[in-house]
Design a binder for this molecule. Structure first.
Ligand SMILES: [Zn+2]
Length: 162
């Protein structure tokens, strides 16, 4: 007999039977959405141990620069599409900027950028903005990897003066 939870391990919401079930370390996990399924598969160790425990958040507030100013129609589309994603708490879309507050444990900037691309908002192509985005992708990945991994053994202190 195995424990079956009807709580999504990523966001804590109810699950949907349409989303595939995942077996991990002899436990079965069910999800509320394809987005949470994908988030779980990226770092299963981070979520499988959290089932039933008090949930924490890692809130990020980031601003993405767009290639061209937004008109009202696409601004509304961007706002509603992003707010439908799991883990997005606030969206401020104006001119050439989209500011998003989100929980890194549920969504990454890379996933947010994908949704922006799907609704037709082109991201800014300046080298500085591309550099910022790639830095964010790397640092979010590292942050999640570190959380998912067991604590590393302590390293010796560097010698004084290093
Ligand atoms: Zn979920």
């Amino acid at each position: 007999m195995s424990m079956v939870s009807d709580i999504c391990p990523v966001c804590g919401m109810g699950t949907m039977s349409e989303v595939p079930t995942v077996e991990y370390h002899k436990m079965f996990f069910h999800f509320c959405s394809e987005q949470c399924l994908k988030t779980f598969l990226d770092h299963p160790g981070l979520y499988s141990s959290k089932v039933g425990r008090k949930r924490s958040k890692i809130l990020k507030r980031r601003t993405m620069t767009l290639a061209e100013p937004l008109d009202d129609e696409i601004r509304e589309l961007i706002t509603s599409s992003l707010l439908q994603m799991m883990g997005v708490e606030e969206v401020i879309a104006e001119e050439r900027r989209v500011g998003v507050t989100y929980d890194l444990l549920q969504i990454t900037e890379e996933q947010i950028e994908k949704t922006l691309a799907e609704v037709g908002a082109r991201l800014g192509g300046s080298w500085l903005e591309r550099l910022r985005r790639s830095w964010v992708h790397d640092s979010e990945e590292i942050e999640l990897d570190n959380l998912a991994a067991p604590p590393a053994p302590r390293r010796n202190r560097p010698p004084p003066g290093v």
